[in-house]
Design a protein around this ligand. Sequence first.
Ligand SMILES: *Cc1c(COP(=O)(O)O)cnc(C)c1O
Length: 476
Amino acid sequence: MNLIFETSVLGRGCSILPECDVPVPVLPKNFCRENAPRLPQLSENDISRHYTALARRTHGVNNGFYPLGSCTMKYNPKINEEMAAQAGFTAIHPLQPEHTVQGAMEVLYQAERALCEITGMDAMTFQPAAGAHGEFTGLLLIKAYHKHRGDLKRTKIIIPDSAHGTNPASATMAGFTVISIPSQEDGCVDLEKLKAAVGEDTAGLMLTNPNTVGLFDKNILEITKIVHDAGGLNYYDGANLNAVMGVSRPGDMGFDVVHLNLHKTFSTPHGGGGPGSGPVGCKSLLAPFLPGPVVKKQQEQYHFETPEHSIGRVKAFYGNFTVVVKALSYILTLGAEGIREAAQNAVLNANYMMKKLGDLYTMAYEERCMHEFVMSLEPLKKETGISAMDIAKGLLDNGIHPPTMYFPLIVHEALMVEPTETESKETLDEAIEVFRSLYQTAKTDPQALHDAPHHTPVRRLDEVGAARNPKLHYSF
Ligand SMILES: *Cc1c(COP(=O)(O)O)cnc(C)c1O
């Protein structure tokens, strides 16, 4: 396929602009470019075909099943896009006077109330642009809290090894020392190791729940109590809220601060590079430290306020506002019962697939899973030489996006499958058949899988080369 610059023909175009009817400003010469920008020149037809061809070569939720674990690649109802695209939301400016944007402020206020209700928190900021950004912000709140109390020796954050990879990175960036504790055989936090790790230097704990192996930690109340008793605070990585929303709340489990991924759970497509939103909710003891401004309501009027001991801004203005509009639209269309039902179906779908594959594939953990399950292809690899990567490439030939591969690191040859609640039983059954037939192919014709994918626009790519020596420039 040609690049858009290769399709370009000098002098071709498709925009017919009306004659300028305002004075053309004369810019100082040193601000003007010397040569015209080298933009591709194409007809509207060329452009339309170019992007349609690109869209056909890629895989999205609109093409087929996308069970990429820990990413919640679910279908996002188009009505929420329509809501966010309204001119009343897109044609306003963040510096407009408050009385002219009361509707937008009401959206922030209502979304905060709804998400606080869902998480069991008291206050929230929408500034963080992603999950990891939310983690960083939440940890800064914990840091500010201890500092405000003059408790300066709390410099350590405890993170179980079943946490998402961003957790230790965020804690390090926030200036903490990370104490990693290994999980038990069953994938849950080892309480004895946790007790041994906490102390006067514990700033807090970061827990991903359900964790990266798809399990809800059965000792969650004891975990948060151990940390609280030691004087630390509890951080809940809520990026996997799709499994528990409307069913259980981090605030009721002893957590003081939580981030959500609106671009996973709450109806913003995810995986295209943004924009995202990783709001941070907290209990009232941390609210004075939240980034400002936050929206307050007084006598039916909304106004912005900066919390008393605010850690400052973590992003310009109010975060990615239209993502919040989509989340609120999603929550209001589903309602309390619908939110709960979505989570229950996400869990049901994952368990259905896990059960239907368990006789062939080795599950890393046998017990009931939450929204995703992890298989280990280590036994299959030993027997046939077929790796998690080979099965993933085989799935591509069948129109299925591969599950998350080689993550979590604590499972060898891992494939992490998250079907989500928006897939029908028919889709799940088809995918189960594909997984089962690939297993047979691994035994009867392993070479076919080593050579897969056969039917995609490109075959096996040099992934290491692409990461190490990316070609980011086009030489004209
Ligand atoms: C996706 C995810 C994150 C990070 O979110 P980003 O928006 O990609 O920064 C953090 N924790 C968990 C459990 C996740 O699944």
